[in-house]
Design a protein around this ligand. Structure first.
Ligand SMILES: [Zn+2]
Length: 153
């Protein structure tokens, strides 16, 4: 029995081929939409439907095996494998990819939030919006900024 099967059993979740495939895809990828996960697993099992992939991503997110990201203007939910370490995100405004990044929070952020804002921190996650390496290299960031400028003009 592979490790994803064991994780599903431990979480008292039904151990299905679809769930194992979804976890395998997301473990090694950037956060993906259900549609993108569907594209990735479709080649391996033609019988899977988009709605099956979506329902299973939601079930895995409900049980903490995946994290949901909904921070982009397109409103699409992206699923990220929950590696167990706090993951901060660099979000590309141009291509909408989300890159987990290792940048630190100040060590007393929870105390500061509590004392200054009365806010109890649960899951720390920082989102930084900007432009990824690929978009910068191909000039897509400039095209996007140009579009923003003309929309605001
Ligand atoms: Zn980009």
């Amino acid at each position: 029995m592979g490790s994803f099967e064991e994780i599903l059993v431990k979480k008292h979740l039904k151990r299905t081929k679809a769930r194992v495939m979804i976890l395998k895809v997301l473990e090694k990828s950037l956060p993906l939409t259900a549609g993108e996960v569907y594209e990735a697993v479709r080649g391996k099992d033609m019988r899977l439907s988009l709605s099956t992939v979506y329902i299973n991503c939601e079930a895995l997110a409900e049980n903490g095996l995946l994290l949901r990201s909904t921070m982009l203007a397109d409103g699409l939910i992206r699923y990220e494998y929950a590696h167990g370490t706090p993951s901060h995100h660099a979000v590309c405004l141009s291509c909408h990819r989300i890159f987990p990044v290792d940048v630190g929070l100040q060590s007393d952020y929870a105390e500061v939030l509590d004392e200054e804002y009365g806010f109890e921190a649960a899951e720390p996650r920082v989102e930084i919006y900007g432009y990824c390496r690929d978009c910068r290299a191909t000039g897509k960031d400039r095209a996007f900024k140009e579009k923003l400028r003309s929309a605001n003009a």
